[in-house]
Write a protein that binds this ligand. Structure first.
Ligand code: SF4
Length: 424
């Protein structure tokens, strides 16, 4: 029978020493979140208020959409705006109004702050208020920061979701709220499992339509799908919601434990839980087996980038038999990874923040078989003979749940297979 309680690793990492670094970092900014958020919320438009650099980042990260009308864009701040010679507020209002006139399908408009808009202190909260006074209820205008100052790229999602919390109605109804953006296909699979377990009602944040907001209150229990939405979770808890502590639904064991935690909170009978979860977990384990064979004993280092590092290190160690050497995270939000830390293997070096030169020195000593890192470091590291995996791919790709366990394992296996082929 599948063990859904997940015992901690022997001599687990838990509360051990954390190497804290505060030097130069190599990470993308929060604007990157628009790439997956605009795909999820189909009635939303993300208008970055930024420079040409911001526009290039978004355009190249998201790819150019030729046949579809895109749901993101950049209102470019010109030299006159930056020098304070033009009233950027008037210009922004004009751009928003003309966009909304052209695009009646937009129900929620996010004004996304950037480094330049923050440097010139353009008040996007005021701009949203001004535009709402003219446009609400046809369109709802919200704002959040996607700037790269002191952030990492997944914080863009946290900031966007947190902006939605004040709009959620007060509710005392009993409901499960899954927090964190997941692909539609994953949402459907997870929803089917909750239904089979008799857990309801279940809502997802974000929903497919940004305007389709659940209520929140003392009857709401939160189950987290992503580990980087700490601010959103705290805002929801301040509204009376309660967090269900669970590992993240990565891999067979992680997903079983995640569903098991929800089932316990709902008082689902053990028999029913096992009847639903066991066949799915067994299939996921079969999908993992060939990858485990190839990856067992291979050493892996995670450089701080996505905030997914700790749950993924747990997954590769426990379900693929890999050996995490260093697990770096941009910042250690202990509340978000409380159920994950005890599952990390003993002896793993946990680091928070980055000092890129020192990080590379440690990497040169460690020489892991695989390095999971940001795009900016991947190519130079490949040139030095390291096998790498872009951590951003793990955010763009559906990796949650039983059905995706094999695909998730393959993401770690592929760079090593490619190296092996090249070496022949
Ligand atoms: S928000 Fe800042 S870090 Fe991000 S692309 Fe714009 S200027 Fe660069």
């Amino acid at each position: 029978m599948t063990d859904l309680s997940v015992p901690p690793a022997a001599g687990a990492c838990g509360e051990g020493a954390v190497l804290r670094e505060r030097g130069q970092r190599e990470v993308f900014c929060g604007l990157t979140g628009i790439v997956w958020l605009h795909r999820k919320m189909q009635d939303a438009f993300f208008l970055v208020v930024g420079s040409r650099t911001c526009a290039h980042l978004i355009q190249s990260a998201a790819g150019v959409m030729i046949f579809a009308e895109p749901r993101f864009g950049t209102a470019i701040l010109t030299d006159r705006d930056l020098a304070g010679l033009a009233d950027a507020n008037d210009e922004l209002d004009r751009i928003c109004l003309s966009l909304l006139e052209r695009r009646p399908d937009i129900g929620t408009l996010f004004l996304v702050g950037s480094c330049p808009s923050e440097v010139i202190k353009l008040d996007l909260a005021k701009a949203a208020e001004r535009l709402n006074a003219r446009l609400f209820p046809r369109v709802r205008v919200l704002n959040y920061s996607g700037s790269g100052i002191e952030t990492t790229f997944t914080q863009g999602e946290d900031n966007a979701l947190k902006a939605l919390v004040p709009l959620m109605a007060e509710s005392t109804a009993r409901q499960l709220l899954v927090v964190g953006c997941v692909a539609d296909i994953v949402e459907d699979q997870l929803a089917r499992s909750f239904e089979a377990l008799g857990i309801g009602s279940v809502r997802f944040l974000p929903a497919r339509r940004a305007a389709d907001l659940p209520g929140v209150g003392p009857g709401t229990r939160l189950l987290l799908a992503q580990p980087f939405n700490g601010e959103t979770v705290r805002a929801l808890c301040a509204r009376g919601a309660e967090l269900i502590e669970a590992p993240y639904p990565f891999g067979a064991e992680g997903t079983a434990a995640w569903l098991g935690a929800a089932a316990r909170a709902w008082g689902v009978a053990q028999d029913r839980l096992h009847a639903v979860v066991e066949p799915l977990a067994a299939r996921a384990q079969r999908a993992l087996a060939p990858h485990r064979e190839r990856l067992q004993g291979r050493r892996v280092s995670f450089l701080p980038d996505s905030q997914l590092e700790i749950p993924l290190a747990r997954f590769v160690a426990r379900e693929l038999g890999m050996v995490p050497v260093e697990v770096g995270t941009p910042y250690l939000d202990r509340q978000m990874v409380a159920a994950e830390l005890p599952l990390l293997p003993a002896g793993v070096r946990l680091s928070e923040g980055q000092d890129v030169e020192r990080q590379l020195d440690r990497l040169a000593v460690d020489r892991p078989d695989l390095t999971v890192c940001g795009l900016g470091l991947a190519n130079p590291l490949e040139a030095r003979g390291y096998a790498t995996k872009w951590s951003i791919e793990l955010v763009f790709t559906p990796i949650h749940g039983f059905e995706q366990a094999g695909d998730l394992a393959e993401i770690f296996a592929r760079p090593l297979q490619r190296r092996a082929r090249l070496a022949v």
